[in-house]
Structure formats: structure tokens, C-alpha cells
Design a protein around this ligand. Structure first.
Ligand code: TRP
Length: 335
């Protein structure tokens, strides 16, 4: 009997931030969840990347658990996918070392994210510079074919592809060359207070961001105070960025196309419109909020998920790493 065709490997990772917002959910995590049936999915929480800038240890630990509980609440399913913490799988840093030995320093110095972040630090850590090499290792370790990432990570993915090609060329064919995967359906959610900027977890204006764990009251208040414009028409247009953003959100939450929503609200005011947005967001987030409460209250279960995720990931990582070490010329590890 022939083996069933292997499903394509998808991997994506995120730093353990304490709270996901509606933009993370509608623009990214929801789509990751949809890939779980027909792909072999790896979802990593990258704590080693997090310490490339100053962090508070207790916060990092709490955020790692919170991040896991939020991903599970959003539908990432440990029964179908590997949910793991980067530092639990030793292969990431091991492969990063080998890749770093192939990586031109100048290419790291030219990374725009490095330049941005370095400009904001008093003293720049070497890990901040080599951050993209570790990211390349995250991806190549599992031979991921598709990597869902935002625009801001495309340069890092280019470097990953370069390093994979360089390794394949220097030694022999080893790594799958990964493609960025930008979902066609991902909504682009903007700040509720400044619809020219993307919704962000670190927005100083507390009303600008809808967090996935916000209460029904928070949602009503934030949507109610969202900026619109001095007109009265519910219509998507470049000169109506606030209304356009709310239409995007309503469309993503209700599944109705923007054009149909414009028809629904013809002749109605912003009050009715905002009530509909509030209800649609609440309908989407209420189950997420309640699942998050359940998962985050059960630390033992979260630890079991991480254990299973780490074991599955480590098995795949070992296979790659054994091959890499052999090709580089390292003597086989005594067993
Ligand atoms: N650098 C990514 C970010 O900040 C996080 C990340 C680390 C990642 N390793 C990855 C994303 C591997 C995709 C694949 O968003």
C-alpha cells in the first residue's frame, strides 16, 4: 500500500504578546485555523525571539501562556496541529548556528526591522541582529512550504529563502524553499481612532483597539466611539476611512460583502450602523472570550498541550538536524 500523500507543511510563529486584537484574529489567526485540515501545521510561540529586546521575565512567562490560550480560543487545535514554544525545541537554536555561519553579515545589517528596532535601543544586542537567522531556522527546521506572514516579515522570508538556497548549493539539496503565504481573505483592520494606521496592541489610545478578550461592554463602548466623519452615508470610500474600516470589520464578522452592507444601510444613520458592527463583533468574539477563560484557567492542560507540541516538533526537528549536521561534516552524535 502506498503512503498517503503528505500534506504540505505550514509554519508560522508569533512572539508571545499578552493580548491579540481583532486585526490579528480577522487578518491572520482565523486563516491559520482554516489551514489545519489540509496542511500539517506548526504554530510556534517564539520566546527566544522575544528576548532580543529587553523583557520582564515574569511577563514573558505569563504572556507565553496567555498567547497559547488565546490561540486555542481562536481555533488553533492541538489535536490537529503542533502548538509549541520555541525554547522547548532545541533544534531552533542549533540550526540557527549553522545557518548563521552561512549568512553574510551585511545582509543582516540591511534588514529594515533591525534598523528600526536598533534605532530604538540604547545598546543593541547581537541577538537583535541575528534574529532573522533564528527565524530562518524556525521555518527550515520543519521544511515548511508555506509561511503565513504579514508584509513586515517578507524581507525576513527572503533571507530564509537565500539561506536555504545557499545551504542546498554549498552542501546538497536539503531544504524546501519556503513561500510567503498571504491569505486572500485576510481583513485589514485599522485603528478605531485613527483609521489611517493599522490596529495595534500598543496603541496608547485605549479605545483604538478591540482585543479578542474584550467584554461586551468594552466592544460597545469602543465601537460607539470609533471615528466616522461628518457625513451620514454608510459607504466605503477613500475619503471615509473610519466608515470604511467599520464596514470591513462588519463584513469580516458577518460574512456579508461590503457592497451588500452598503445596500443594507442606505438611508440609515451611523447609530444603526455602529449597533450592527457592535453586535457582529460581539457574536464573533463572545465564544472566543469564553473559550479563553476556560483554557487560561487550566494551567495543567496548557502544559499538556505544550508537552505534546514540543514532542511532535522535536521529532521533526531531529530529522532535519541530523541531516544538516551530517552534511556539514559533524561527527554523528554518540547515542
Ligand atoms: N518575526 C516574526 C514576527 O515578528 C515572528 C516569527 C519568528 C516568525 N519566527 C517565525 C513568523 C517564523 C513566521 C515564521 O512577526
Amino acid at each position: 500500500m502506498s503512503e498517503p500523500a503528505a500534506k504540505p507543511v505550514v509554519l508560522t510563529c508569533a512572539q508571545p504578546t499578552g493580548r491579540l486584537h481583532l486585526g490579528n484574529y480577522l487578518g491572520a489567526v482565523l486563516n491559520w485555523g482554516r489551514m489545519q485540515d489540509d496542511h500539517e501545521c506548526y504554530f510556534g510561540i517564539v520566546d527566544q525571539h522575544a528576548i532580543t529586546v529587553p523583557t520582564v521575565p515574569a511577563d514573558l512567562r505569563a504572556n507565553t501562556y496567555a498567547c497559547l490560550a488565546q490561540y486555542m480560543a481562536c481555533g488553533l487545535d492541538p489535536a490537529r496541529s503542533r502548538l509549541f514554544v520555541q525554547s522547548h525545541v532545541t533544534g531552533h537554536t542549533e540550526l540557527a548556528w549553522v545557518l548563521g555561519c552561512l549568512c553574510p553579515l551585511g545582509q543582516l545589517e540591511r534588514m529594515t526591522q533591525f534598523k528600526d528596532k536598533a534605532a530604538r535601543q540604547e545598546s543593541v544586542r547581537a541577538g537583535l541582529l541575528t534574529y532573522p537567522v533564528l527565524m530562518a531556522a524556525d521555518i527550515l527546521l520543519y521544511n515548511a512550504a508555506k509561511v503565513p506572514v504579514g508584509e513586515d516579515q517578507k524581507q525576513h522570508l527572503e533571507l530564509t529563502r537565500d539561506l536555504a538556497q545557499k545551504f542546498n548549493h554549498t552542501y546538497s539539496d536539503t531544504f524546501v524553499i519556503p513561500e510567503p503565504y498571504i491569505a486572500a481573505t485576510g481583513a485589514r483592520v485599522m485603528s478605531l481612532q485613527d483609521p489611517g494606521a493599522k490596529m495595534s496592541k500598543s496603541d496608547p489610545n485605549a479605545s483604538a483597539t478591540l482585543f479578542i478578550t474584550d467584554s461586551a461592554d468594552d466592544i460597545r463602548r469602543k465601537v460607539g466611539s470609533a471615528v466616522t466623519d461628518s457625513g451620514a452615508e454608510v459607504r466605503a470610500a477613500p475619503d471615509k476611512p473610519g466608515v470604511s474600516n467599520l464596514l470591513q470589520i462588519l463584513s469580516a464578522c458577518s460574512g456579508r460583502p461590503v457592497a451588500a452592507l452598503e445596500d443594507d444601510f442606505r438611508g440609515k444613520g451611523y447609530g444603526d450602523f455602529k449597533r450592527a458592527v457592535t453586535d457582529a463583533v460581539e457574536a464573533v468574539l463572545a465564544p472566543v472570550r469564553s473559550r479563553f477563560a476556560t483554557f487560561s484557567a487550566d494551567r495543567a492542560e496548557l502544559d499538556r498541550v505544550l508537552k505534546a507540541g514540543a514532542e511532535g516538533a522535536q521529532r521533526a526537528a531531529h530529522r532535519t538536524l541530523a541531516k544538516v549536521h551530517r552534511k556539514v561534516g559533524f561527527v554523528e552524535r554518540p547515542r
